[in-house]
Design a protein around this ligand. Structure first.
Ligand code: GLA
Length: 403
């Protein structure tokens, strides 16, 4: 579970900025993707897990006609008129360096449009909200998706409305596309909404079907995440360029999405040189996810299967680095350092790339050496600190009882 202190931090920030007390609370987890990156937006397969680091949101209805939002993390309050055009409000918030608040604005705007009714009424009368997050920002662990999901879960519960995890995820994805300008896939939001304790989730991003797979007990292997603390900005254009490249390749191959692409060198020869490696990554990564899911399911009985899972992770990193070109020197260093430690079964970059985190699967005996060796060597090479997390898989977003 997330440290109990963060909900208290959130309530405290609310009370100080808006006056006591919030009436509702919700939480939504970040995620780490074990394998299957840059496949979700082409209808492919991913295998993430929700992590025990949450964003909390607390709120209270008001009759002020204003939406007021306070962040305990950046210690700022933002506000806009509930009747203001959301696009104008977004531009004003961005200009005022309050980008974090645009995520809240985006979710409320989409929530009103998609869920209507009580959500609409609530948002138009006025709302006071505070947020506090344990998901490290810019780390590739979906701090923005968990923020969006926590706010959406909060306002739906305030409105007494129910929505399926998939509908919540689609709403947050739309908010991210429209208000944050990132043409992301569904993985981050759906994992935050539909996480299952002790399980990774196989998500088929074509049908949006979610299939939980049990993770090995921590006495056998642990998921280790290392944040490189290197820059990570998905709206920087590289992400959108990769996505556009995949769409162009699908069009040239005469298929609706790369999910239908085959390992067919003859067909792919028709593609321009720069698109071929993109297709090679997506097709091979989808295969690796299928194998990794199989290995995970058998991994409860056989350590060999966990080793197989680890090898697939390492192959995935090579493909993201060499074919998809979304890694960076800091992530490559962490993967190499981890790979040299006995008991590390596999390591790879995770999420969008260009910075952020790596994820590894490690036997318990590797943990001591990871902590003792990796941060120092990493600092020697890149002159910056990295931070190690050992997350557990947790349940998806939900309401929290305020005491
Ligand atoms: C980011 C996006 C996801 C996904 C990953 C790469 O996290 O938000 O939708 O595309 O990058 O797998």
């Amino acid at each position: 579970m997330a440290p109990a202190g963060s909900l208290a931090r959130c309530v405290d920030a609310f009370n100080r900025a808006m006056g006591p007390h919030p009436t509702h609370a919700a939480r939504a987890p970040g995620r780490v993707n074990l394998i299957g990156d840059h496949t979700d937006y082409t209808g492919g397969l991913v295998l993430p897990m929700a992590i025990d680091r949450d964003c909390f949101a607390v709120g209270r209805a008001s009759a002020s006609g204003l939406v007021r939002v306070c962040s305990a993390d950046v210690n700022q309050t933002a506000q806009w008129d509930a009747a203001e055009d959301p696009v104008a409000a977004r531009d004003r918030l961005r200009a005022g360096k309050q980008k974090w608040a645009t995520y809240v604005l985006g979710v409320l705007a989409i929530d009103r449009a998609r869920f209507g009714g009580a959500a609409e009424e609530l948002a138009s009368r006025g709302l006071d909200i505070a947020i506090a997050s344990d998901v490290p920002m810019g780390s590739g662990l979906s701090s923005s998706a968990s923020l969006e999901m926590s706010v959406l879960t909060l306002v739906l519960s305030m409105a007494g409305a129910h929505a399926r995890p998939l509908d919540k995820a689609l709403a947050c994805q739309e908010a991210e596309h429209t208000f944050a300008g990132v043409p992301c896939g569904i993985m981050d939001m759906l994992t935050s909404a539909a996480g299952v304790r002790g399980h990774a989730l196989l998500i088929d991003c074509m049908s949006n079907q979610v299939l939980p797979a049990p993770l090995p007990p921590v006495e056998r292997a642990r998921v280790v995440v290392i944040n490189s603390n290197a820059g990570h900005e998905l709206s920087g254009g590289e992400y959108a360029r990769r996505r556009a490249g995949c769409e162009r390749a699908a069009m040239l191959l005469g298929i609706a999405s790369l999910r239908q692409a085959q390992e067919d060198p003859v067909g792919q020869r028709r593609l321009p040189d720069e698109l071929r490696p993109l297709v090679r990554h997506v097709v091979s990564e989808n295969h690796r996810v299928v194998s990794a899911f199989d290995a995970l399911q058998r991994g409860r009985e056989s350590f060999l299967q966990l080793e197989r899972f680890g090898r697939l992770m390492s192959e995935s990193h090579d493909s993201l680095r060499d074919d998809y070109k979304v890694s960076c020197p800091e992530l490559d260093t962490l993967v190499e350092l981890l790979g040299a430690i006995p008991g590390v079964l596999g390591a790879r970059m995770t999420g969008g790339g260009f910075g952020g985190s790596v994820v590894a699967l490690a036997a318990p005996e590797a943990m001591e050496r990871i902590a003792a060796e990796v941060p120092g060597r990493y600092r020697d090479i890149h002159g910056r600190a990295c931070s190690i997390l050992t997350p557990l898989a947790t349940d998806g977003a939900g309401s929290v009882t305020l005491v």
